[in-house]
Write a protein that binds this ligand. Structure first.
Ligand SMILES: C[S@@+](CC[C@H](N)C(=O)[O-])C[C@H]1O[C@@H](n2cnc3c(N)ncnc32)[C@H](O)[C@@H]1O
Length: 349
């Protein structure tokens, strides 16, 4: 049985596990769904739970598999035979709403949900979101700057996710219907950096060849990939988030275009010299922590996946140190557009 002293668990996961035992008793033999926490999934399994894990981030899913945790797609199961749902509170309320809706729609009446977070990241709005989908919502006492929210009594209601939003902006050329899961970046809207990238790319594509292989790295809701496919480019998309890959496929489907979307990290699974146009509004953080490492890695890998003469178009926050890296790793790089916050660069392989 895992205990609060388990060194693999951070204080949030330890509290989730202890609170789960407090409300549901011993985990041995219990059907448990763990969301987005590899160490918690392993600990719940070691405590005897029959654990299935759902990890949105491909890197987490790979780590969980390596740790022998059983991965599952719980959202393909309806009804979903779980007694306990354990995990971390997503920071975005839309992501929490989507998760709570999914659980409440499928899980049995006796399901108990225990989601934890750092107190400094928690708000009353999270209780309100859970209360839309569960009859009983309460907060635990705090411990080590952490706290959990308990929810019980699912109230399946009208399904809102994935959510449909129509974007009608000059930068898109024509209205575009987004279908987004709650955890996706810029759900339901056009990000300011993405808008600048579209404004810069559009005249260049008007002048460029009609046929090209394009790839959108970090496709999110699929807005860029769908826009490229609509312009007739053979388009692939990559995102490390399963919610983003699903959203990209749905958005492309709604526009009646083909986008080949893959759930993977960076450009690792993209064949050498297979891309003419690589576009990205790249990630700048992982979870709550700022992290440029995946983007620097992607810049290094761009040289490998681009054909000679192929182009990398990137929008990025002007204070980030990407310019020397782009010139060194990819080739000649020019700033095509800028606003007070972002730069759009074009690098030619
Ligand atoms: C700033 S968002 C851009 C989303 C979308 N292209 C747009 O313009 O609205 C960056 C995206 O990169 C994805 N991402 C983060 N790290 C990644 C990685 N290592 N490999 C692939 N995608 C990643 C995130 O899930 C997110 O969807």
């Amino acid at each position: 049985m895992s205990s609060p002293a388990d060194p693999a668990l951070d204080p949030v996961a330890r509290l989730v596990l202890d609170e789960a035992v407090a409300v549901a008793g011993d985990l041995a033999g219990r059907e448990v769904l763990v969301v987005d926490d590899v160490a918690l999934a392993a600990a719940a399994r070691d405590a005897g739970g029959r654990v299935r894990a759902w990890l949105d981030d491909r890197r987490d899913a790979d780590a969980a598999e390596a740790a022998g945790v059983v991965l599952a797609d719980p959202w393909a199961e309806d009804p979903l035979p779980v007694e306990l749902v354990l995990g971390r509170l997503p920071t975005a309320l839309s992501a929490l709403d989507d998760l709570a809706e999914r659980v409440a729609a499928r899980a049995p009446a006796q399901v108990r949900v225990v989601l934890g977070g750092r107190v400094k990241h928690m708000t009353r709005s999270q209780n309100d979101v859970l209360a839309r989908h569960f009859g009983e919502v309460s907060a635990s006492l705090g411990r080590q700057k952490s706290r959990v929210l308990h929810a019980a009594g699912p109230r399946p209601g009208e399904r809102r996710w994935p959510r449909t939003s129509v974007l009608d902006e000059p930068a898109l050329g024509q209205p575009l219907t987004l279908l987004g899961r709650g955890a996706v970046f810029a759900e339901g809207r056009l990000d300011a950096g993405t808008r600048l990238l579209l404004q810069a790319l559009s005249p260049a594509l008007d002048r460029g060849p009609r046929e090209a292989d394009a790839l959108d790295l970090g496709s999110g809701s699929g807005v860029l990939a769908t826009w490229l496919a609509r312009r007739g480019l053979a388009t692939r998309a990559v995102d490390v988030s399963a919610a983003a890959v699903e959203s990209t496929r749905l958005t492309a489907g709604a526009a009646d275009v083909e986008v080949d979307a893959a759930w993977s990290e960076g450009l690792a699974e993209v064949a050498p010299a297979s891309v003419d146009l690589l576009v990205s509004n790249p990630p700048f953080h992982r979870g709550a922590a700022k992290d440029s490492t995946p983007t620097l890695q992607m810049i290094d890998d761009a040289a490998r996946v681009l054909r000679p003469g192929g182009e990398l178009w990137l929008v990025w926050n002007a204070h980030l140190p990407y310019l020397p890296r782009l010139r060194r790793a990819v080739g000649r790089t020019e700033v095509v557009r800028r606003d007070p916050h972002y730069l759009v660069t074009r690098s030619v392989r």
